[in-house]
Write a protein that binds this ligand. Sequence first.
Ligand SMILES: *Cc1c(COP(=O)(O)O)cnc(C)c1O
Length: 297
Amino acid sequence: MEIHPQHIRTDSLKNLYQPFGVAVDVLRLDLLHPVVSGNKWFKLKDYVEEAKGLNKKTILTFGGAYSNHIIATAAACKAEGFASIGIIRGEEPPILSHTLKAALTYGMQLHFVSRSDYAQKRIPPALTEREDDIYIIEKGGFGLKGRIGAESILQYCESLLYTHIIASVGTGTTLAGLITSAADKAKVTGISALKNNHSLEAAVNSLLPSTLQNLFSINHNFHFGGYAKYTPELLEFMNSWYQKTGIPSDFVYTAKLFFAVDNLVKANYFESGSKLLVIHSGGLQGNNSLPPGTLIF
Ligand SMILES: *Cc1c(COP(=O)(O)O)cnc(C)c1O
């Protein structure tokens, strides 16, 4: 699959943050592919390679009704010649979300499971007899291969220029890949999209070699009420940030990331002279679940 990430250093970003003595660049992974946008392709690619090597024909994974991971897996499987199965959390709704409809168009077979079955990662009985043929990817692509895939994100920019690399955190897999690929050259900070999930640090550490463990930080102050929750202030920020920078964001992950960066820079959290690389991890399709007209992009 061909991807085209773009590294963006714009005058608008420069003008916005120069008064605080800080440079902010955004690595636009949202532009790399119209569907498999953002960090998801990076996290998936090594799993897909392994599935090929094992001669599996089907890839199965887990997600919610608005999951970027589900739609990315569906599209990647279609592009790479795999059948795909999505185990979806919760009852089948009368009207499918935009995300699930799109996953269906990529040929993904959807199985709705109860929240407790989902939590236990139980494979529906109808599928167990085919288990030999099925390659399973964890929810959100969490795991070592996901981290290794995410290590190639920084190849798309001059990462050595930066003092700080900042990214949104869901499972922490992407952050782990950024930490190993940045090694000790930049300080890596995650902005959690979850509320008070203080097991994230341990999850990230579990994907890191011992020499790199705890050499990162996760900020838990910008969740806006919790995972996929939002406030009028966040939506307003998304529109004004787009107006100022031309960069669209999604309300689940990247809006909270950019809001955090904007706030921290303005609070002089970063030393003067700091050079920030902010990873736009994509996910814009999630905005389809907002009421029409909410966003100006
Ligand atoms: C999935 C996702 C994340 C979180 O990535 P993790 O590797 O799970 O931490 C961040 N941003 C966007 C847009 C995502 O879709």
